[in-house]
Design a protein around this ligand. Sequence first.
Ligand code: HSE
Length: 412
Amino acid sequence: MIKIAVMGHGVVGSGVVEVLLKNGSKIAQKAGQPVEIKKILDIRKFPDSPLAERFTDNFEDIVNDSEIEIVVETIGGLKPAYDFVKRCLLAGKSVVTSNKELVAEKGDELLKIAREKNLNFLFEASVGGGIPILRPLDQCLAANQVYEIAGILNGTTNFVLTKMIRDGVPFEDALELAQKNGYAERDPSADIQGHDVCRKICILASLAFGKHVYPRQVHTEGIQNITLDDVKYASAIGGVIKLIGRASKREDGRLDCIVAPMIIPETSQLADVNDVFNGILVRGDAIGDVVFYGQGAGKLPTASAVVADIIDEAKHISRPKILNWEPGEEGYVADYLQNPVSVMLRFKCSDASAVQSLVEGQLGKCERVVVKNAPQDELALVTPTVEEYKIHQAVGLLAGAKLVSFIRIAEL
Ligand code: HSE
């Protein structure tokens, strides 16, 4: 029998408890021993829970309990999760977490402590919800030089964009529905503004390329400014808009890493990733392209990944699994403005031909995009592929034209 504690009884934590209780005998078989939840940490009371008497609001009850060998953290955020997880590791307990902010900000430090203490620190659920991605990336693709990862990594925004694209549902209504379904973060701006995707691409890039990528190093944009008109223009060039987290290795050893809404071809495998589903494309020199697909958010899919980590840790309690990367460094992620990119620009202007000539004078030939019933004063252009700073410079030189939309185009 192995005893564990679960910290946090929100959407994911309660799902973990539910799965452990429901599938107890199957889990015991896989783990080689029964897994008993000895304590659950939450400041709230849950009198109707079958484990009501095991709740505590005092972290010390967990960290000081020498019988507890594995601690599951599903509190989310850095405070107090970082302090709690660090103390658990220092106290000799292996940790499982679903907390992407924690891993993206502090993963290198926590992995180091785990390594030094001969413990496990696993976080499969922190990226892609229920999709197995970190373990396959680390183990099954170990023979490859992975050179690019690009993914739809946020269920909430993918759900919102899908509703906008398929049903013409306004942004706010779609977001409210996503929140009701329990997909969104406590503060949905982390989803909408791209921070959640940023954390996840940082974790993927750190694991794939071996050095920590910190969220502050990654240029991040969200979907808050995407409109139904943008959706229409994307469709006119055979594309769909998806919020993409992308990381690739440069020849100089640094990384390109960015989070932004991008127009991807309708024929891309990622274009068919809809609703709350996530899709992650990994490109490796031996495997070619491989896509991981599944539910990227939600109580039970995420709990499924957490419980799999608990089983893995129970099986390897005195035999740590090696999941590792080195601390990051300034300058490791290259300036995104130096990256070659093609962009769909949309302007309000009184003289479309003059504006097009001016842009083309700076950047070279652009493709004009026309949609039915567009207002007279609207101009949409697809730029050639040039370093991104040149596009900003060209737009900055225009007088008499208001930029209303700037969406990168990605050949994924
Ligand atoms: N808010 C996140 C999402 C939850 O919508 O994908 C899973 O990380």
